[in-house]
Design a protein around this ligand. Structure first.
Ligand SMILES: Cc1cc2nc3c(=O)[nH]c(=O)nc-3n(C[C@H](O)[C@H](O)[C@H](O)COP(=O)(O)O)c2cc1C
Length: 218
């Protein structure tokens, strides 16, 4: 056997071994084994089921690695006709977050500084999802981005919560001024605020799912 033949055989064997290894790791990535029962569970489904809204956070800022992973997941949300009409604005400056928190709280009425209840629960990072209203599925598309952010946050060990009233805040003159400052056109509306941070305290327990959630019909 000449040297070329040996090299090809060695290369083919290596490819087979590496291929098998990659296949196994991908399979393992999708499934986790319960150490007590030995039962295999799908990691993605478990992540969807165990995500909870988090409203108490450690003071530390979210790492760039975790934040970027969450944002990237947001960009992969499906969208009507693949128009991708959503846009995510990341805010980490505490003064800016506080300013938006006060605007958010003001939707309920005048904000009293002495007993201000922070609607963002002191989260160190805020991601505001906007969507372009010229796309007719903007609300669904923006909401799916929000969903991806919440689930991806949980997947990387971050706590998150959808905080409402983004639409109202960015229809206020102060909100519109911020949009202008951030270069967001006027035809965009606020869909939701996703607060992010490392969870502090006890992890919330999910309420039971309602009995008639699912209806299978003929
Ligand atoms: C559209 C929407 C708006 C929400 N607005 C708020 C909010 O303003 N403040 C808040 O604390 N939680 C808010 N939440 C979080 C819900 O309260 C939470 O998802 C619900 O209680 C279920 O809990 P879980 O997320 O832990 O499963 C919102 C959730 C959604 C989907």
């Amino acid at each position: 056997m000449n040297k070329n033949k040996i090299a090809i055989i060695v290369l083919a064997a290596l490819l087979l071994i590496t291929g098998g290894f990659l296949y196994k790791t991908l399979d393992e990535m999708k499934n986790i084994k319960n150490q007590t029962t030995g039962e295999m569970k799908n990691v993605v489904l478990e992540n969807l089921k165990t995500r909870r809204s988090i409203r108490s956070f450690k003071k530390m800022q979210v790492s760039d690695e975790d934040l970027n992973a969450v944002l990237e997941a947001g960009t992969y949300a499906p969208s009507g006709m693949n128009k991708q009409p959503s846009l995510m604005v990341v805010v980490q400056n505490p003064d800016t977050i506080n300013k938006i928190a006060k605007l958010n709280a003001s939707v309920f009425g005048p904000v009293d500084d002495s007993n201000f209840k922070n609607p963002f629960y002191g989260a160190p990072t805020l991601v505001i999802v906007f969507a372009d209203t010229t796309s007719h599925t903007y609300l669904e598309d923006g909401s799916l981005v929000m969903g991806n952010l919440l689930n991806a946050a949980h997947a990387v060990g971050l706590g998150s919560c959808w905080i409402h009233r983004a639409r109202e805040v960015f229809q206020m003159p102060e909100g519109k001024a911020l949009m202008k400052q951030w270069g967001i056109p006027e035809n965009y509306v606020g869909i939701g605020n996703c607060i992010l941070g490392y969870p502090e305290g006890e992890y919330p327990v999910a309420r039971p799912r309602k009995a008639d959630y699912i209806r299978k019909v003929d």
